[in-house]
Design a binder for this molecule. Structure first.
Ligand SMILES: [Zn+2]
Ligand SMILES: [Zn+2]
Length: 240
């Protein structure tokens, strides 16, 4: 029997100038993550509350300097804060462009962007660039190497229908010889097993409601099994 564990947010990890703060990651409510590498900051999965959490964490001038945002998938508990964040950046007169990376087929991000531009494009102070990811090629963001990888996340369908696949990514960030692997939401999958192994930090979801194997999320014991292959790990997205 695996004991029920509930993470106490925020979760923080730091090695030299490589720093990650998980403000929260609670299924059906919100996720929010800030990654810092030297003076560079990235936002990962800006769920509801991200604007408040960022403002508590850093100066608004620092928030305006953020140029990259990574989205694992379009579920509301991972993108619920996008609209208010985009609006805030314009109200506060951001000038540098903002890149948004997201999995191909994620209609939520494209719809939010489209609606947002319809409302604000005339007064927008900065440029938004959408980058849909349809492969697992790594790319450089200043001194950080970003390695996207496909995970296996589904959502329950109505009645007897099979669960439906959701375009979903995990990301592995490498900086100064250290790596952080974020799996996003996923059922147990080989790709995550491979990417998490030997990471300095693995952030692994344990979102299943019970210890029964599920297509939708990982059980606590599956998540721990993967986490233990990394040097350190956090379990997140645990139902509260
Ligand atoms: Zn989620
Ligand atoms: Zn999800």
């Amino acid at each position: 029997m695996v004991e029920k564990y509930v993470p106490k947010y925020p979760l923080v990890w730091q090695k030299d100038n490589f720093f990650i703060k998980i403000f929260c990651s609670i299924p059906n409510i919100a996720t929010g993550i800030l990654l810092t590498a030297d003076d560079k900051k990235f936002i990962i999965d800006p769920g509801d509350g991200i604007l408040r959490d960022l403002n508590q964490e850093i100066d608004s001038k620092e928030i305006l300097k953020i140029t990259d945002m990574f989205i694992s998938h379009g579920h509301h508990d991972h993108v619920g804060g996008v609209w208010s964040l985009l609006t805030y950046l314009s109200v506060m007169k951001k000038t540098s462009p903002l890149n948004i990376y997201y999995p191909k087929g994620c209609i939520e991000i494209e719809s939010i962007y489209k609606a947002f531009m319809q409302v604000y494009s005339r007064e927008l102070s900065y440029k938004i660039a959408l980058h849909q990811i349809d492969n697992e090629n790594s790319f450089e963001k200043d001194k950080v190497t970003v390695q996207p990888f496909e995970v296996n996340h589904r959502e329950a369908a109505e009645g007897d229908e099979e669960p439906v696949a959701v375009p979903s990514l995990g990301f592995k960030f490498n900086f100064n010889g250290k790596s952080i692997c974020y799996g996003g939401d996923t059922a147990y999958c080989e790709k995550l097993v491979q990417m998490a192994k030997d990471s300095d930090l693995a952030i692994i979801e344990a979102g299943a409601d019970s210890e029964e194997e599920s297509d939708l999320h990982m059980t606590m014991s599956e998540a721990i099994k993967i986490g233990k292959t990394a040097k350190e790990y956090f379990l997140v997205h645990v139902p509260e």
